[in-house]
Design a protein around this ligand. Sequence first.
Ligand code: SAJ
Length: 422
Amino acid sequence: MKICVVGMGYIGLPTSSILATHGFEVIGVEINKTIIDSVEKGRTEIQEPGLSIIVKAAVRSRGLKCQETTPDADVFIICVPTPINQDKTADLDYVIQAGNMIAPRIRNGNLIILESTVPPGTTRYVLKPILERSGLSAEKDFYLAHCPERVLPGNLLNELIHNDRIIGGINETSAQMAKKIYETFVEGNIYLTDTDTAEFVKLMENTYRAVNIALANEFALIAEKLDLNIYGAIDLANKHPRVNIPRPGAGVGGHCIPIDPWFIVEKAPDLSKLITTALKINEEMPEHVISLVKDAFDEAGKKINGSKVTILGVAYKSDVNDARETPATPIIKKLTDLGANIAVYDPLVVRFPITIEKDLQKAVFGADAIVIVTDHSELKSLDLTTIRPLMKDNPILIDGRNIFESAEGFIFRSIGRSTTTP
Ligand code: SAJ
């Protein structure tokens, strides 16, 4: 069976490689020529445990190819990004483009699966009419399903295989046909529903996480006001059998948690009060980091204008090389607006608008302040006694990820932590 996967990014490439190593003939379609070149050579820039091995195996066995044009196939899987517009509505351009590419290729009996995260109704009311421009009818001539991806970056391949999956079909046959594809490699359970429900379920999952992180962030701000330590308090609250509060931090990034909940808001703005407030709380965390920086500079008797501030970690979360929607971006912008000279260190990220210093000592040399934005494993074992002598007098440490309980010799601020009690 021949499967065409449109979009060879974070989801498309691992999915294609897994399908290829499970006996399917897979053709990846990609508009980015650099990605085509690297996949054809069996390589990937995406750092995920086990991914480069499986990509290499898929390409070497000739089960996976990558090209710019859309081929004929039995199954088409759409794995394109769905970014957000300025007005916080979903930008469906890539989904529409993928539909337009697939429509001329559709034959009787084909199955089209949308994996991209979309507002409820998109499969049925946006994608289906585009595909029907082929002259064929969904349900009668071809089949259509939504199977939202669910994998956690950093543990992607493992979750691709072991997580349960939700498949929404425009009819029962579509869902059953899609299930046959996924059950070749998914070891979790596969649950079938309709497309609108599957779309909403995916958004509920990421919204649930966004709202819970927002609650943790709000608790952190309250804890600072009450002069207590939020992390110890959360650990104790989480001893309750039905409480599981996530970690507060410098901000919520990535291409899903700060974005996908807006796709629910878009469909029911008047009813999405809690979701909207939660998203705003998360968006304001970088501004809170700036207020901690200002406070620490005041205590040090220094001016931000003309100072050197080193940002440690620009990945959107620990141990990934992905900086999309990273809270580091608004933090750097604000500090630059205040006149600070910024240096950036990240052990993993390569692509970022500002040059990333790969030597930690050089990055912190002569700095007035360091701001920890990402809790990479390497930064969790940072030895402050070797860093402090490299910095200017009265060095400042702002810990946006609760790596340190205190920092001797530094003017220290940490999100959700009292400045007077340890
Ligand atoms: N974060 C916190 N505190 C926490 C956990 C996370 O501030 O306790 C921050 C992270 O630093 C990061 C952001 O939240 O900036 C998002 O990180 P994440 O690990 O929560 O999620 P993602 O974006 O890497 O992956 C999520 C996952 N969704 C859920 O857990 C419900 C994943 O399963 C989805 O497949 C993925 O979104 C997606 O692609 O939709």
